[in-house]
Design a protein around this ligand. Structure first.
Ligand code: SAH
Length: 251
């Protein structure tokens, strides 16, 4: 089989954050597959067929990509941020695992991108300087009980937490519950960052405390970060503070 699939991370939104390797893979593609806002980020050009689809059909989309590649096409599958972080790369391998064994002979590659938590962290300092974890708060693909069990475990472990998919119209209450659990483990002055649309024209980043943070202030374009006990602010005159977590932990 001569076709190929490259799963490409487009980064958080700013085109300067797209890697040259990701750009080269986009330039080589004949078919472009992805959730429509991500497909819309890739300029149209002759020779590139766009297949934009709605959210929540990741595995169908992945199967489509593999079927096109099996027919000899060079296919690019795009995700925002990094494709391996709560995105299309895992869906592609899920489709590959369950699909036509012949698909395994295709050329399949993943091009990394800058994930939302790293872009958000860089804007405000070094909040992920110590140990941290990333959790998706979406209960579309896993039970809510699993999410709360994991949250409680990482809160007890005193890790900085990056929450992806914090809230949506269909999932309006989960973030409030998560912040409530955090308040049981962490001090009211713990830094909480709401980083919205990082790298896009409507970027807005707020540095709050756990006591101040309200779920209603986040939306589906927001990355929520909850500090660990060592996460602290460096205040600055007339400017937003820096937020950082020291690497060292007292023995
Ligand atoms: N693959 C993506 C994450 C997909 S899950 C990545 O690596 O970034 C979708 C969630 O990612 C959103 O609900 C939001 O929490 C976060 N997100 C994606 N892009 C973002 C951005 N530009 N700014 C802030 N959060 C973002």
């Amino acid at each position: 089989m001569s076709g190929s699939v490259t799963v490409i991370g487009l980064g958080p939104g700013d085109p300067r954050y797209l890697t040259p390797a990701a750009q080269a893979a986009l330039d080589a593609a004949q078919d472009l597959i992805g959730y429509f806002p991500y497909v819309a980020r890739v300029p149209e050009r002759p020779g590139l067929t766009r297949h934009a689809s709605d959210n929540r059909v990741e595995v169908d989309r992945a199967r489509h990509a593999l079927a096109l590649a099996a027919a000899g096409r060079r296919v690019a599958v795009v995700s925002g941020g990094d494709p391996g972080v709560f995105a299309m790369a895992a869906a592609l391998f899920e489709a590959l695992e369950a699909g036509d064994p012949a698909w395994r002979a295709l050329s399949i590659t993943v091009e990394p991108g800058i994930t939302a938590m790293l872009a958000a962290a860089a804007r405000i300092g070094a909040p992920l300087g110590g140990d941290f974890c990333a959790l998706s708060l979406s209960d579309n693909l896993k039970p809510w009980e699993v999410i709360t069990a994991r949250l409680n475990a990482v809160l007890a472990a005193d890790l900085v937490i990056a929450l992806y998919n914090p809230i949506s119209r269909a999932r309006p209450w989960q973030l409030g519950v998560a912040l409530g659990l955090a308040a049981e483990h962490r001090a009211p002055e713990t830094p909480v960052i709401l980083a919205r649309a990082v790298g896009r024209p409507d970027e807005a980043i707020r540095i709050l405390t756990l006591a101040q943070a309200r779920a209603a202030e986040a939306d589906m374009a927001t990355l929520v970060m909850i500090g660990a006990s060592a996460t602290r602010l460096i205040p600055r005159e007339g400017q937003a503070p820096f937020v950082y977590t020291p690497r060292s932990v007292a023995r």
